[in-house]
Design a protein around this ligand. Structure first.
Ligand SMILES: [Zn+2]
Length: 134
């Protein structure tokens, strides 16, 4: 109960579960075996040359692996970056320049559940950036 399965499409052999409400858990108990889980460093290779290390937990009996919410979020971000590296979901937009800033339009299909009209922009390189709509 209170667990949410993390969707990992392209990682068939890696299965995590997220402990809900536990942002940074110190200890975890396996819900299946009722055994205290060991802290484990989980290394995940994503396509596109992205490699991520996560601080998770592993059950010594059933080998089930858990992630705290903070680590699960890192995982989510790494998946996004790996998609960028593979150039998936590409689209072309024209840039306008208003004298100070460049602007481009984002189709509404690319956004989900947008409440505020605010965007967080993170530079990835001279001509690359990652935008997150709040
Ligand atoms: Zn177990």
């Amino acid at each position: 109960m209170g667990e949410k399965e993390l969707n990992l499409d392209e990682l068939e052999d890696v299965k995590f579960q997220i402990e809900k409400g536990a942002f940074k858990p110190k200890t975890l108990t396996c819900s299946k075996c009722n055994k205290k889980m060991k802290e484990a460093e989980i290394e995940v290779d994503l396509d596109g040359g992205v490699n991520i290390r996560l601080a998770g937990f592993e059950c010594s009996k059933c080998k089930k692996r858990y992630l705290g919410l903070e680590e699960a979020r890192k995982m989510d971000k790494a998946l996004i970056v790996s998609r960028i590296m593979r150039n998936e979901f590409k689209m072309e937009r024209s840039l306008s320049f208003d004298g100070d800033n460049f602007t481009f339009r984002v189709p509404k299909e690319f956004t989900y559940d947008v409440k505020k009209r605010k965007v967080e922009v993170m530079p990835l390189g001279a001509k690359q950036f990652c935008a997150t709509i709040e």
